[in-house]
Design a binder for this molecule. Structure first.
Ligand code: F0G
Length: 469
């Protein structure tokens, strides 16, 4: 975590540290290789099926795994657990309006609750929903509502080595081509994720958001943002995009959201909580329907499947997440690991994204075919090596084409090392760097996997594998 500074002459390296100190700790179990072998076999070589007690450093996801602050924990004690009209709902509504700028709020238990509701309201069977790369739950809800997802992300996003600073950008030509082909009436909205998880946590530029808005407006198409990691996207805009260096994170976030009609949100990421999400929207009619549907699927519209205390923690999380020093430390930690791995020539997606390092399993294990699940095999090997848990983001996550029944074959076959916010130290990061380098040294010995059980929906969560012998 070094930054170079200094005036003329030799630059001095200045270290910096997390903008918090630790008040409570959670003890970790260190396992033996024999124990890990047994645990992995029992889990069907799927890191999702490991018991968390058997994991040393858990980089499965940054979702719901964040450490809350003392201020958020104190907020839990102020939970107003009234069935209707909890004061915590109004606090959350205030902060959503203030930081994201949308008019109406519908809380949901997590992000997919909001995706479900917006998909049911806006998508009709036969519709098309363009988006900047799919996300698993988002696409599934669009499909369940009768729509077809169309990928309109820029080509650079599919290239793990392309150094474009905004690889999450929408390719406007792809959107225009879709409009020309199916007509704007069949496109209820364009879904824009900031940042793009499956592309490696890559951000979208403000310029692109502005252009997307203008194009969609011309054709009467709504823009719905997946704001799950919008704070991290705002940080990248501040650091990388011309004209934003002097803007604050809240100013950038408000401008980003102003180019959309609403958002779905998984508070379990950016917003530093363990559970929670929301749908926020500007149109009264859509809000009215959402507030009606939420009662069916989540809970009353002033709690949406959350306890009052959860809404309070999320509301306070918004304020902390928009803090520049927090974002710099959070993304700085990911960059630190990236620097360490780059020194050993380990292949991973560049530039380093906001929430994770994505190891390039195709380059890591060139001797494996994609149907031998290289990313799944690599994640399993990393666990065996040191008890570190990562996640497959390749052919298993991509699932099957509902028309042909064949696998989707994504260009990117990745293993995600995802960083929970405010949880691990720089020493954990050093252990991680050393472990990945060790697996890389022994990469030729890693074998592929066979899938022996495949669930129908979101198969990556529960699929089981065994090593090819
Ligand atoms: N959108 C994005 C971009 C996400 O990354 C996620 C979740 C969701 C929506 C769904 O939100 O989990 O609260 O229902 N991503 C997690 C992950 C699961 O590990 O990347 P949710």
């Amino acid at each position: 975590m070094n930054t170079s500074s200094g005036t003329a002459g030799t630059p001095t390296k200045r270290s910096w540290a997390e903008p918090f100190k630790i008040k409570m700790v959670e003890l970790l179990k260190v396992t033996t290789l024999e124990e890990r072998k047994a645990a992995l076999k029992e889990a069907g070589y799927n890191t999702f099926l490991l018991k968390s007690d058997d994991v040393y450093i858990d980089l499965l996801t940054d979702s719901g795994t964040n450490a809350m602050s003392d201020v958020q924990w104190a907020g839990l004690m102020l939970g107003d657990e009234a069935y209707a009209g909890s004061r915590n709902y109004y606090n959350l509504e205030d902060n959503v309006r203030k930081f994201y700028g949308y008019k109406y709020l519908v809380p949901t238990h997590q992000g997919r609750g909001a995706e479900h509701i917006i998909s049911q309201i806006l998508i009709k069977p036969g519709d098309f929903v363009p988006g900047n790369m799919y996300f698993t739950t988002t696409r599934l809800h669009q499909e369940l509502a009768g729509g077809s997802f169309v990928d309109v992300i820029c080509d650079e996003a599919h290239d793990a080595n392309n150094l474009n600073p905004f690889k999450g950008n929408v390719d406007l030509k792809k959107v225009e081509a879709l409009i020309a082909k199916v007509g704007a009436k069949k496109i209820p909205y364009l879904s824009v994720a900031v940042t793009v998880n499956m592309a490696g946590g890559q951000p979208v530029s403000m310029e692109n958001l502005r252009d997307v808005r203008a194009l969609c407006k011309k054709h009467g198409i709504r823009v719905i943002m997946d704001a799950t990691r919008a704070m991290e996207n705002a940080y990248f805009i501040k650091i990388r995009e011309k004209g934003f260096a002097d803007k604050t994170i809240p100013e950038i976030l408000l401008e980003m959201c102003s180019y959309s009609d609403g958002c779905t949100m998984s508070g379990k990421k950016d917003l530093l909580v363990n559970i929670g999400g929301f749908l926020a929207i500007n149109e009264w009619e859509v809000f009215e329907e959402a507030r009606n549907l939420v009662v069916v699927y989540e809970g009353l519209h002033t709690y949406g499947g959350l306890a009052g205390r959860d809404m309070e923690a999320m509301s306070r999380g918004i304020v902390e997440a928009a803090n520049y020093d927090h974002l710099r430390a959070r993304i700085g930690q990911v960059e630190y690991v990236g620097e360490g791995l780059a020194k050993a020539d380990v292949p991973f997606v560049l530039p380093v994204g906001g929430h994770a390092i994505f190891l390039d399993a195709k380059k890591f294990l060139p001797h494996l075919k994609q149907t031998q699940f290289p990313a799944q095999a690599l994640a399993a090997e990393l666990y065996l090596e040191s008890g570190i848990r990562a996640m497959e983001r390749g052919i298993v996550s991509a699932g099957r084409n509902k028309e042909t029944g064949d696998h989707y074959y994504p260009a990117l076959e990745l293993v995600r090392l995802t960083f929970p916010r405010r949880v691990y130290t720089q020493a954990h990061c050093d252990v991680l760097i050393e472990s990945v380098i060790e697996v890389y040294r022994n990469r030729n010995k890693i074998k592929g996997l066979n899938m022996i059980y495949e669930p129908k929906y979101l198969r990556f969560f529960q699929a089981r594998f065994e090593p090819i012998v």
